[in-house]
Design a protein around this ligand. Structure first.
Ligand SMILES: Nc1ncnc2c1ncn2[C@@H]1O[C@H](COP(=O)(O)OP(=O)(O)O)[C@@H](O)[C@H]1O
Ligand SMILES: [Mg+2]
Length: 257
């Protein structure tokens, strides 16, 4: 029922393995000797303050920025390949700013994203009934949360080995944050996800593992719960107080309301 299961015995091969990944933007080192693995099931959170290199790490993985180091997808090297080939191999990317085609309808946005011969339209219709009802609406007239759903739906239409999802709840109202989180939880039943997320309630709700960056480097890896329960670690690496990680109402850290 789930295609993302690993070998029957022993430690499963990670779906994504990054080792010694480095990248520069405009001469500045933005990713430095980054190593971590994404298990073949569930959600792994990529955490860190603004500007530490989370987005750059994702872009380096798929070759959108020049990089060095090893990136393996299901045990196969992909770090010398062009972005389009990496995407075709089954890496779904949901970018930070959603990037829907605002002058196209919802249906047109989705059709443009279909890569496989048999796109998973039924799964998308089940996960996003609201989008189905709005299929003729211009994507630019949707709310931020609805645009985020379009962006997620585009990635889920294709059969991917892993999804890289960058700050899907950024700037959304708390109620919509919850809806996006539920959708991600549903999506993760069919595909493993590397998730950049600033909302620690969402991280607590969704993530199994956590990778924490600071200054372009990995400063912590381990179970997400262990990190979220450690006030000193959170304060040191994210600069927030512990109640931001406790169960309860979402706390928007420095985000526009
Ligand atoms: N297009 C760019 N031009 C110059 N510097 C950039 C660009 N994109 C990102 N950076 C710099 O790279 C660093 C990492 O940025 P980014 O990966 O976007 O961080 P994060 O996603 O963790 O907020 C920051 O110092 C940022 O200013
Ligand atoms: Mg970012």
């Amino acid at each position: 029922m789930n295609t993302a299961t690993g070998p029957a015995s022993g430690a499963a091969t990670p779906i994504l393995r990054v080792a010694g990944l480095s990248a520069r933007i405009a001469g500045q080192q933005v990713v430095e000797d980054v190593s971590f693995s994404v298990p073949a099931t569930g959600i792994t959170a990529l955490l860190g303050r603004n500007g530490v290199g989370k987005t750059s790490t994702i872009k380096a993985i798929i070759g959108l920025i020049d990089r060095s180091g090893v990136v393996e997808l299901g045990g196969e090297r992909i770090d010398k390949e062009a972005t389009y080939k990496i995407i075709k191999r089954g890496v779904g990317y949901v970018p930070e700013d959603r990037e829907v085609f605002s002058k196209l309808t919802v249906a047109e946005n989705l059709r443009l994203a279909e890569r496989d011969a048999a796109p998973r339209r039924q799964l998308v219709e089940e996960l996003f009934p609201d989008l189905l009802a709005r299929s003729g609406q211009m994507a630019g007239t949707l709310s931020g949360g609805q645009q985020q759903m379009v962006s997620l739906a585009r990635a889920l239409l294709n059969t991917n080995k892993v999804l890289l999802v960058d700050e899907p709840t950024k700037g959304l109202a708390p109620r919509i944050v919850g809806e996006v989180a539920e959708t991600l939880a549903e999506a993760a039943r069919t595909v493993p996800i590397l998730l950049v997320e600033q909302n620690l309630h969402v991280v607590r709700q969704l993530a199994g593992g956590a990778v924490v960056l600071s200054g372009g480097r990995v400063v912590h890896t381990g179970p997400a719960r262990d990190f979220l329960d450690d006030a000193a670690l959170i304060h040191r690496h994210l600069g927030v107080s512990t109640d931001a990680a406790a169960p309860g109402d979402p706390v928007r850290r420095g985000a526009a309301q």
